[in-house]
Design a protein around this ligand. Structure first.
Ligand code: GAP
Length: 459
């Protein structure tokens, strides 16, 4: 269900608390470009680190790659991106604003009064902004073009990659031979991708510069159904790890007419965002389309010979493709919780609405907040010692201003799992109080035991 208020609250929280800022903010911002702030970069890194750990480091059949963003233009010629990577564009004859025709047909860019349940008649569509007449549909190529070197001429045109997958395909042989890998195996990559989208929308949901986490899992084609199902299960596990509620996720089987022509099966993981149900990630059986194209155009042999059966063939791929920024947005929305009337009853100030960002502890940008009950010595000294020790293993903050209740709420709002409070008794008994974000239970723990305690809790 559409819920623009929730989206607005999350966008505001993201800016105010340093998760995400509009890019070039002091110059009025740049449309649909965003910067990840101090908390955002931690959360984003935690998502990427967890993905890498789950899908690369803890598996026997996966390796990683970090390929260049600017690749040989022939890569994109061979993959078909230069000819086919386009979206249908229409322009308003009156205000000259441009729109994606398919989005207008879905009704997703029409005015809020539009009834989305009713199909839109292509001929009757007018500009959603000024009701002007629209032009006919043209295909608009989304590749970001630039020039390599100082001379801006066609011979020097290069492109920013529109997906990280390209770097994986062209390195298939390098990786397989250097690592002496046997099929099935996968290559994972995390990195930036660029698309000159006709329209951008909904904060970090659709931008022109974004990040992907992609895997190409190379298989013998006879096994494709088995591995497709395996990756489907793994993507469900990943969604659960991120804290996404099953009821907000829809697995959409993409019918043949809507699939990329080379895909034999695609399932989109759609998420019920506050602005509608939209694609979060995709899982595709891309066949041997990419390797066969690169083999043809590069004239290099990209086939694989099975050392046991001696069978020689071009591997096929199963491709789980995930957007980092869309994952980030879904994680923030799933975690954002408002508690009417507040959770604590001790102070009047905390009787009103409370916000808790219930991030999975492994993803929380700050793991521990160190909160001395007094700014003055000797408590400050002891508290800073505790902070510096904990900082060796965990991302921590120090907050000594305002009442302790307010400080707890500030940490709840950014999802910090634990607060360590140092009081005057701590000077005598060498213990501190630890408060858990979700249960609000408090433990009294010896200062010397803190590292072990958090190691157990946070791993
Ligand atoms: N290699 C396959 C591929 O790139 P895609 O469906 O075009 O497939 C994969 O993109 C994922 O990348 C999407 O599911 C989404 O999470 C993310 N993504 C694509 N375009 C995006 C954009 N303009 N802004 C943010 N994320 C985007």
């Amino acid at each position: 269900m559409d819920n623009p208020e929730k989206m607005e609250k999350v966008v505001n929280l993201a800016k105010q608390r340093g998760f995400i800022f509009p890019s070039s903010d002091i110059y009025g911002g740049l449309s649909a470009a965003y910067d990840y702030g101090p908390l955002g970069v931690e959360l984003k890194n935690n998502i990427k680190k967890a993905w890498w750990k789950m899908f690369v480091n803890t598996r026997m059949d996966m390796v990683g790659l970090d390929a260049a963003i600017i690749m040989h233009p022939k890569v994109w010629e061979s993959s078909g991106h230069l000819d086919n990577f386009s979206d249908p564009l229409v322009e308003c004859k009156k205000c000259h604003k441009r729109f994606r025709h398919d989005h207008l047909l879905e009704g997703s860019s029409l005015s809020p009064k539009h009834d989305k349940a009713k199909p839109v008649d292509s001929d009757k569509i007018v500009c959603p902004d000024c009701s002007g007449e629209l032009t006919g549909v043209k295909q608009f190529n989304m590749m970001f073009k630039t020039f390599m070197g100082p001379v801006e001429e066609s011979a020097n045109v290069v492109y920013l990659r529109p997906e990280t997958a390209g770097g994986i395909f062209v390195n298939f042989k390098n990786v397989q031979e250097s690592q002496r890998l046997r099929l099935p195996f996968g290559i994972a990559q995390i990195g930036k991708a660029f698309r000159n989208e006709i329209t951008t929308e909904n904060f970090i949901f659709r931008t022109r510069e974004f990040e992907q986490m992609e895997i190409e899992y190379f298989i013998n084609p006879k096994d494709w159904e088995k591995y497709f199902d395996e990756w489907l299960k793994l993507m469900r596990e990943w969604a659960e790890f991120l804290g996404l509620d099953k009821k907000d996720l829809v697995e959409e089987e993409i019918p043949e007419k809507d699939r990329a022509f080379y895909s034999k099966r695609t399932i989109d993981f759609e998420y019920k965002f506050p602005f509608g149900q939209k694609e979060l990630w995709g899982l595709a059986y891309r066949t041997d389309y990419d390797l066969s194209q690169h083999q043809k155009h590069s004239k290099q042999d990209l086939t694989y010979r099975d050392p046991i059966t001696n069978e020689k063939y071009l591997p096929h791929v199963i491709e789980p493709s995930l957007g980092v920024d869309r994952s980030f947005l879904a994680v923030m929305l799933a975690a954002y919780t408002e508690i009417e009337g507040g959770r604590s009853t001790t102070t009047k100030a905390i009787k009103d609405k409370e916000v808790v960002l219930k991030l999975p502890y492994a993803l929380a940008p700050i793991k521990i907040a160190v909160l001395p009950l007094s700014k003055k010595e000797p408590l400050a000294n002891l508290s800073r010692d505790i902070l510096m020790k904990l900082k060796q293993n965990f991302v921590c903050v120090y907050d000594e201003t305002q009442a302790i209740g307010k400080r707890y709420r500030r940490q709840d709002e950014i999802g910090t799992p634990y607060c360590v409070t140092i009081d005057f008794d701590s000077l005598e008994d060498k213990q501190v109080t630890i408060r858990d974000r979700d249960t609000m239970e408090q433990d009294r723990i010896a200062i010397d035991e803190l590292d072990k305690y958090f190691e157990n809790k946070l791993g």
